[in-house]
Ligand binder design. Structure first.
Ligand code: PEP
Ligand code: MN
Length: 295
């Protein structure tokens, strides 16, 4: 990579744009913006809010969350039925609900009308997940699981590809290119925090890479979401990082919201409660307005 050939501020060369990810590149005029997903526009003047629990824990909690986040202004409901947990031992109160969780998500969608985003982790489950999900989420740990991305893209459902916590923009755009090769250009990229240098580890598990947002905007027309819940891993920092993401140009914000955050079955430090969410939506509206976006 010669200096002359490098695109300023990024680990990407002009040659990368032409040879490594030509479809994802801004030069590809076939990427339509905004993309409309079940009536919700990503990458236009609307800045959709995605909210919900980390995990679908039971039917009551996902239904209650769906109603509450909708009332507060969310556009899409999130919740994992298939979960990539860092440690294999499940807490006693938590069992991954898998197909049962998908049914509860479907019920929440039917009751509230909110479109669903949920993670798909296994090629064998792509069909089942795509029957319920309006957006298929490829999680950070699967960002370079190319057979999974290809299978998910082939459903022609929109995808959200979360950034691997240790990857460059180049790796991330390469992963998105796998979806576009399948003629599926309904791809949202989601920044969710990168591994912080060890000197910062005492303050965060991950570090939200806000600069990635304007950097990507120079390279691609794909919409860019930000997930401050997973990046900070700490609910008190979620509001400020959400507002900062909007100021940085994010096209969507994904937030973990739980009916009883401290008793969440997975990662109880990161979700915010309903009242906090309602307050944050109002604040996000104000910042969004200042950058000509609507929530
Ligand atoms: C999630 O959004 O539920 C999730 C597991 O996120 P990530 O893949 O970014 O860790
Ligand atoms: Mn999570």
């Amino acid at each position: 990579m010669t200096i002359e050939n490098k695109i300023p501020g990024k680990d990407i060369t002009k040659e990368d744009l032409e040879t490594k990810f030509p479809l994802v590149s801004k030069k590809n005029k076939n990427i339509k913006r905004p993309i409309t997903i079940s009536g919700v526009e990503f990458g236009g003047s609307l800045l959709p809010i995605i909210a919900g629990p980390n995990t679908v824990e039971n039917k009551e909690m996902i239904l209650k969350t769906a109603y509450e986040v909708k009332k507060a202004g969310a556009h899409i409901l999130r919740g994992g039925a298939f979960k990539p947990l860092t440690f294999p031992y499940r807490s006693q109160k938590y069992f991954e609900l898998r197909d049962e969780g998908l049914r509860y998500l479907e019920e929440a969608k039917n009751e509230t009308g909110l479109p669903i985003i949920t993670e798909v982790m296994e090629v064998d489950k792509v069909t089942a997940v795509s029957e319920v999900a309006d957006i298929l989420q490829i999680g950070t740990r699967n960002m370079q699981n190319f057979p999974l991305i290809t299978a998910a893209a082939k459903t022609m459902k929109p995808l959200m590809i979360k950034r691997h916590f240790g990857c460059s923009l180049r790796d991330w755009l390469g992963a998105a290119e796998y979806a576009l090769i399948e003629n599926n250009s309904q791809v949202i990229l989601c920044e969710r925090g990168v591994t912080a240098p060890h000197t910062h580890r005492s303050s965060s598990r991950f570090m939200l890479d806000l600069q990635a947002i304007p950097a990507l905007k120079e390279l691609t027309n794909l919409p860019i979401a930000s997930d401050p819940s997973h990046a900070t891993f700490w609910a008190p920092w979620v509001p400020s990082m959400s507002l900062a993401s909007i100021a940085a140009g994010a096209d969507s914000i994904m937030l973990e919201v739980h009916p009883d955050p401290s008793n969440a079955a997975v990662d109880p430090l990161q979700p915010i409660g309903f009242e906090q969410f309602e307050k944050l939506v109002k604040q996000m509206r104000r910042v969004a307005k200042s950058v000509d976006r609507i929530i």
